[in-house]
Design a protein. Structure first.
Length: 247
């Protein structure tokens, strides 16, 4: 699979981590976008909504990448359990990027933290710490934080709907998170759930005249796309939307 973007590839803006005075994006996101036919561009955290619109005005889609925990204040809560490091500038910046994507009617793909920030932006809530809030309940649950190699230490999800092409309704995915969607935001439809504890693993908001397509997964397909064509299909579908090829 080539990682060189083809002529006419849509520009995909990638949100980034801001830590110790540095902006950064793991290369898995960049390589997956290239392989799927997009042209990846790292978007620094905007300082205001006008800057966000200008930056995304050059793009065909927005990809919200993984990273630190979202501030619980975003969904009316406070830090408890084992909520880890947060980055308020990143929260603010990604909110501005989402507002700009909506205004410009750009498709959005969220991965890991991306699904979480999308959910709270649109009015949903999160589990702040899965090991405490899920595994402490009768019956336990999936720790969702693998320590061994994939696929041995991954877990299965079952698709309730199909948005992009999948070879099977049950898929094995990787898992590197301790937070997750608790109450999905209004208007979002669950795509996939964890087979063990039923946690939301993927959702989407259908495209309408007033809303672009917004899709998100909790796992990391940018680590799996070389191993599973189903995972590359996520990026292909998103990039086709950015190109305007999917109705």
């Amino acid at each position: 699979m080539s990682e060189i973007a083809v002529s006419g590839a849509p520009v995909i803006g990638l949100s980034c981590t801001f830590e110790a005075g540095r902006y950064s994006v793991p290369d898995g996101y960049i390589n997956a976008v290239r392989t799927a036919g997009g042209l990846p561009v790292v978007i620094p955290l905007p300082q205001n909504e006008e800057e966000a619109e200008t930056l995304l005005g050059k793009c065909g889609g927005l990809l919200l990448t993984g990273g630190v925990d979202a501030d619980p204040a975003l969904y009316g809560s406070y830090r408890q359990y084992d909520t880890e490091s947060i980055c308020k500038p990143r929260d603010r910046g990604e909110y501005m990027l989402l507002k700009a994507a909506l205004k410009l009617h750009l498709p959005v793909l969220g991965i890991c933290r991306g699904i979480q920030i999308i959910n709270v932006f649109f009015g949903g809530t999160l589990y702040q710490d899965i090991p405490f809030q899920i595994r402490a309940l009768p019956g336990g649950g999936n720790p969702h934080r693998q320590t061994g190699p994939y696929p041995e230490d991954g877990h299965e999800v079952t698709f309730e709907e199909e948005l992009w092409p999948v070879s099977s309704k049950t898929q094995r995915v990787n898992t590197f998170h301790h937070q997750a969607v608790r109450i999905p935001a209004p208007g979002f439809r669950v795509l996939a759930r964890d087979n063990t504890d039923g946690l939301v693993e993927a959702f989407y908001s259908p495209e309408t005249n007033s809303m672009p397509l917004i899709m998100a997964v909790q796992w990391h397909p940018e680590h799996l796309y070389r191993l599973q064509d189903d995972q590359l299909s996520i990026f292909r579908f998103f990039i086709d939307k950015a190109r305007g090829n999917v109705v």
